[in-house]
Design a protein around this ligand. Structure first.
Ligand code: GTP
Length: 296
């Protein structure tokens, strides 16, 4: 099952939690503000997403209104929860509705019965609605409650918001579980990084700009820097396409470092960061071009 290229991903949670919003931003080129005009999802919206050339994600966005939820746990239970690789459950951090935790519990039970090897991720979403200084506390409280209701299964919680890079962080980590041979990829990136004498190399998936893999030879304070870049470059790429221009590459140079973002394989972009000013940009470009074939 781990090697099956067709991965079934369930996206669940109460109505209005933000499921269709995040799906549209990550996979359908929506800007965050575009989500304000989304209507509720009628039953289940199934989309097939090609990812990294060979992976195919069957993303089931399950509308969260009560009457749909009832069907999921009754008449549709066997089909819906069968062959699931990943369950993503979205909580609106702002909502105190007790039904939500009951629904989560029912999902966990159904997954345990029908797809016991599935990975479970919980997104504590709309964190932007909580004042910055109270976010950790709100997240920890919700996380404790989630763990208590997870029947002892291994669950990973993320705090997310469509208004910042946390959405990219969570989805990059989730997608990571679906990519076969991701360790091999990281090793190749590691070798490439040293060959170019770069500080860091990051691989982004082409259409979503999710971080696929990265390697750093130095320690950095900002651990979320790549997801910030995902967010920024993706928005820039979208603005380019609105102006009928195609984003291909970007070079940022100053006295401390040089960053290249460039098309890499047919399904990825690469970013290479170098703080050694004696390395000529043209040489880095050549190294990227030479490595393309190896990674394709
Ligand atoms: P159903 O389809 O009924 O199950 O709802 P859903 O979970 O798909 O919710 P949807 O994505 O339609 O989002 C509902 C509303 O929440 C929209 O108006 C979004 O703009 C808003 N929203 C989504 N994510 C966030 C977020 O991170 N922060 C804030 N403040 N609002 C958000």
């Amino acid at each position: 099952e781990e090697n099956d290229p067709n991965k079934k991903v369930l996206l669940m949670g109460k109505s209005g939690a933000g499921k269709t919003s995040m799906r549209s931003i990550i996979f359908a080129n929506f800007m965050p503000k575009d989500t304000m005009r989304l209507g509720f999802t009628n039953s289940i919206n199934q989309s097939n997403i090609r990812f990294l050339g060979t992976l195919s994600l069957a993303l089931w966005d399950c509308g969260g209104q009560d009457h749909f939820m009832q069907h999921y746990f009754e008449s549709q239970r066997d089909t819906l929860f069968r062959n699931v690789q990943v369950l993503i459950y979205v909580f609106d951090v702002h909502s105190e509705d007790q039904r939500d935790m009951n629904y989560y519990r029912s999902c966990v039970d159904a997954i345990q019965d029908h797809s016991p090897t599935a990975h479970i991720f919980v997104l504590i979403h709309k964190m932007d609605l909580i004042p910055v200084e109270k976010r950790d506390e709100a997240f920890n409280k919700k996380e404790r409650e989630v763990v208590k209701n997870s029947a002892g299964l291994n669950v990973i919680c993320f705090k997310t918001s469509i208004w910042d890079e946390t959405l990219y962080l969570a989805w990059s980590r989730i997608v990571h579980y679906l990519i076969p041979n991701s360790d091999v990829l990281t090793q190749s990136l590691n070798r490439f990084c040293s060959a170019c004498e770069a500080d860091e190399v990051v691989l982004f998936e082409k259409s979503t700009f999710l971080v696929i893999s990265n390697f750093s030879s130095k320690q950095h304070k900002d651990v979320h820097r790549f997801e910030k870049i995902s967010n920024i470059v993706k928005q820039f790429k979208l603005s380019c396409s609105k102006a009928a221009a195609r984003f291909k590459s970007m070079t940022v140079m100053n006295t401390n470092f040089c960053a290249f973002v460039d098309e890499f394989t047919s399904s990825t972009y690469i970013m290479l960061i170098s703080s050694d000013s004696t390395i000529l940009p043209a040489l880095t470009q050549m190294n990227i071009d030479l490595a393309k074939k190896h990674f394709e």
